[in-house]
Structures are given as structure tokens and as C-alpha cells.
Design a binder for this molecule. Sequence first.
Ligand code: ADP
Ligand code: MG
Length: 564
Amino acid sequence: MTKQTHAFQAEVKQILHLVTHSLYSNKEIFLRELVSNASDACDKLRFEALDNAALFEDTPNLEVRVSFDEEAKTLTISDNGIGMSAEEAASHLGTIAKSGTREFMAKLEGDQKKDAQLIGQFGVGFYSGFIVADRITVDTRRAGLAQDQGVRWSSEGTGEYELETITKPGRGTDVILHLRDGEEEFLKTWRVKSTISKYSDHISLPILMKKETWDADAAKQVVTDEWEPVNKASALWARSKSEVTAEQYEEFYKQISHDSEAPLAYTHNRVEGRSEYTQLLYIPQKAPFDLWNRDKRGGVKLYVKRVFIMDDAEALMPVYLRFVKGVIDSADLPLNVSRELLQESRDVKAIREGSTKRVLGMLESLANSEEQADKDKYAAFWTDFGQVLKEGIGEDHANQERLAKLFRFASTHADANVSLADYVGRMKEGQEVIYYITADSLAAAKHSPQLEIFRKKGIEVLLLVDRVDEWMLSHLYEFEGKALQSVAKGAVDLGKLLDEDEKKKADETAESLKPLLDKLKEALKDRAKDVRVTTRLVDSPACIVVEEGDVSGHLARLLKQAGQ
Ligand code: ADP
Ligand code: MG
């Protein structure tokens, strides 16, 4: 193929413009993105080579090399990973296939913070090279293709890119950045090296740079031809806890999650026994933009004996914990395991159960902590993720009780943060059930006439106003032996909570109003199943209730909204 010019997809043009203009204040992240692409490429080769060892050609040692040329003002990131064919180069570096690109652009345009982490989150990391380069040349050859089947991709990062065929002896990819004027700092070993160790220390393959030595004659540091590793090159999760600092745990989290904030909590364990694995799991502070998408695959990467197998291995976590990020490295699974196999594997089931317990344990220790800081963390977690956690009540029967203890609600007692245990602790003498009301909003719940008698008697009622609450209630019937009872259903039997006088009065009233009730029943016979005297109202003259076991008024409205 002789040199051909192609136009970027329209979105790419927009992204390029935004990235180069918005992220300048955090420009060094381009190194993190390009090194992580190089490392991904090596992971992909290792994975494909499981079935086809010939792909390794004669260089099975995977590595990334970073070098610069002061004269030419170029910085090069090379890897001997999977490489790209011409079609792959055009599609991976010329179009954006991933969903979420629009959200990314909206965020970059809107967000004053110009959050540099977003760039990785949306899979457009490669383009960050143009923050510091006015031309990027990518020489690449896909593993398995002949040497003369290499490709050179080149662009100034504006409207178009060029493609041509080249001969490339080694497989893999060289990304050559032609630095803009003023970006000469990236032609200095210390600058590049310190940036790499900041962002890439946990990467498990060696990242090499040329060694520098002191040249006494020239009285300066000079670059030699000897390559040396600049990262630790041992997978972070495979190290023992005592060897990893809190900063390293945090940086690793940011790298795998593309989150700019530190994690809320994490847990790192080696599990031995029937199933052997290492888990490093994180809970984020804030919900991602697509948390509500239940099809979204989880955030846990699967490794088998340090070999990367797949991102987002959803079988490793229940759906309701899809916000958890991290790594699970199994010692038992076969290297060629597929997503389908994962679903059926007993080892995976054991890993999922063990990991779920760990995550719930992390949440419990925050929720039950004596420290105010932990309590605040839990409250913040609940605000962002509570609704997702509630899905667990139907999905994970084995952990129902633990989950129910983690739930927090509003009630007539407090606007937030009421646990079921708090509620039970405050139950009145003689109260046998947990009362709740569902509504669209806290205000609507609070003003419901159904609550009048409960207010008067000082009985706490949970105010359930999340959309998932009705669904949750169809799985959560009781807590510590106390049934959950709607105040808006059936004839609320306040039973032992009414005193003798009140009961007597209620019976007399019912008796004396019988003729009126009969008339009302007759008049409303097509519209109401029953008309009865109630003890639940104090100030309001009447209210509508639904039959015990029927769809609640609130759920009926939700279903109607959903077109059912
Ligand atoms: P992401 O890494 O999130 O997919 P990027 O913009 O960083 O997004 O990279 C886009 C795509 O380009 C990658 O998914 C990969 O297919 C390809 N790519 C980038 N760098 C390399 C590389 N060094 N070797 C092979 N493929 C690469
Ligand atoms: Mg990338």
C-alpha cells in the first residue's frame, strides 16, 4: 500500500480538539496512557499466544522501551506486543467505537475541573499524545504477519491521518511523538522516568529506558546504550501487603478505574484452600455515570497466575456489586478460560462468593465503625450506591440478612441514615411490625394522611422513596423476625398499640356509622372494594388504601409511568 490519506471520524476530530485544549494542565498523563496501551498490547499477545505460540516469533520476553532523541525532538514508546494490521490501525486510531464518547465530550466541555482521568475512562487515551506532540507516527506490525506487512500511521492530530505499508522486523508497535516546541522536558531521563514510576510502577512487565552515566569530560549526564528497567515490574497484587504503600494502592486504583479520586476502601487478600486466588478489590467514592446500566460489565479484571485474561469479568462479582473495581488472580483456572466457561466454573463460584463476602465486610466495617470519619464515608457511599446495593436483596439470597443490615432509610424520625436495626431498637412497647410507607418523594411521604395516627402515637414509620424500594419490598419481608408492614395497605391493625379507650371508641364509631358506610359502599360500588372506618386518621376525613397483597398505589403509578 502506498501512502494514503484518510479523514478522521467526526467524533475523533472533536475529541482531539478537546483533549489537546482541555488537558494541557495535566499533560504528563499522555505517558501513562501510552505505556498502558503498550502494556495492554503485550497482555493481548500473551493471551493470543496461549493458542498459537508461534506468535512470539523468537522474542518471548514482552517489554516496553521508552527512549528519546534530543536532536530529532522525538520521544518513542515501543512495545513488542500484539501490534496492529492496517485495518486495525485505521479503525483503532481513526475512529471511536466505544459508547460513552458523547458523555465524555459533554463532560470535558462542561467540567471546569477538566478531569484528566476521564480520558482513559472513555477509551481515547491514545489521542492524549497530541497534547505534547504536533505529529505522531505509529510504526506497527501485527504478530503473525510477515515483516513487510508493517504499517506506518501518521498524523498531525487535526483532520486526517496517513497510512502506508512498511517493513518492520520486530513485531509490535513504536509510537513516535514529535514533540511540540516547549515540550523539551520530555527529552530528559529524570522527567520521563519519574513520570513512569509515578503512574506505571505496578505494571507487571519491564519498562526499560537507556541508562545514564556521568561523563566527567563533558561534565554532564550522558545516555548510554544499555537498557535498564525503570519500574518494579511485579504485579502490585502479587506483592505482600507490607510491601505496598497506601499511595501505591491508590495509584493502582486510579489506573485501573480511571477515577481521579482515591478509593473509599480496599481489601487485599490471598485466599488459600479449596480455591486459591488473590483479590485486590476497591470501592469507589463516587458512582460512575453509567452505574444504572445493569448490562454494564463489572469492573474486575481476571488474571490467571499473573497472566491477564480479561477485563470486566462479570462472573466474578454479582451484578449488584458492579461498582467494585479491582483484580482477581486465580491459581486454579485454565489460561484459556472463556466468558462462557467462567459462568459455569465452580472455582469461579467460590471466588464470587468469597469476594462478595469481602466487599460486604468492607462496607460493614465502615458502617459499624465507631469513628465518625468512617460513618461519614458510609453515609456518602450509601447516597451514591445504596440503590444498587438494594438490588442485592433479590439477587443474593445467601447474603440477604447482611445486606438488610447495611440498608439505610429515611423515616418519620430522621431524614436519612436510619438502619433497620436502629428502627427495631426504637420500636414501641407492644409494636410487632416495622411500618413503612412508599412514595415518590420524601415530601409526599411525609405529608401522607396515612401517617397521622402513627405520628400521634409516636410510632416511627420508614419513608421509602427510592424507585427500587417497591421491588426491594417484594423480596424483603422481615428483619430480625419483625415483618415489614405498609401503613397504606389493608386495615392497619394497631392492635396492642391502641389503649382500651381508643379501641372502645373505634368500635362504637364503626357501629354508629354503619348506615352511612352502607350508603357510601352502594354509591362507590364500582370504584371501591370496601368502605370502612379507620383508626389511622387523626385530622384528615378520609384516605384511600389498597387491599393487603395488592399492588400499592405508588407501585401502580410507577408501572403506569413505565407503560405497563
Ligand atoms: P483504549 O486503550 O481504552 O482502548 P486508546 O485510545 O488508548 O483506548 O487506544 C485505542 C486502541 O488502539 C486500543 O484499544 C488498541 O486497540 C489500539 N492501540 C493503541 N496503542 C496500541 C499499541 N501500542 N499496540 C497495539 N494496539 C494499540
Ligand atoms: Mg488506552
